[in-house]
Design a protein around this ligand. Structure first.
Ligand code: SF4
Length: 65
């Protein structure tokens, strides 16, 4: 899995950092910071949940490779 974030779409809701703090953080302005663009399989469920919960559809998931 590859994770991508579009900070132009991010509205700083912070759901991603709450749900998957190993993968997402927030900068001082509240915008998403991607910590792990290629997260391990153990985190995939949380990453999918974060992408689903993001109110701005700023998180997209792509097949690895
Ligand atoms: S959940 Fe979406 S809008 Fe909120 S901080 Fe994360 S990427 Fe940004």
């Amino acid at each position: 899995m590859r994770v991508a974030v579009d900070r132009r779409l991010c509205c700083g809701a912070g759901m991603c950092a709450l749900i998957a703090p190993e993968v997402f953080d927030q900068c001082e302005e509240g915008l998403v910071v991607l910590l792990a663009p290629g997260p391990p399989a153990t985190l995939h469920a949380a990453v999918r949940e974060a992408a689903d919960q993001c109110p701005c559809s700023a998180i997209t998931l792509h097949p690895a490779g």
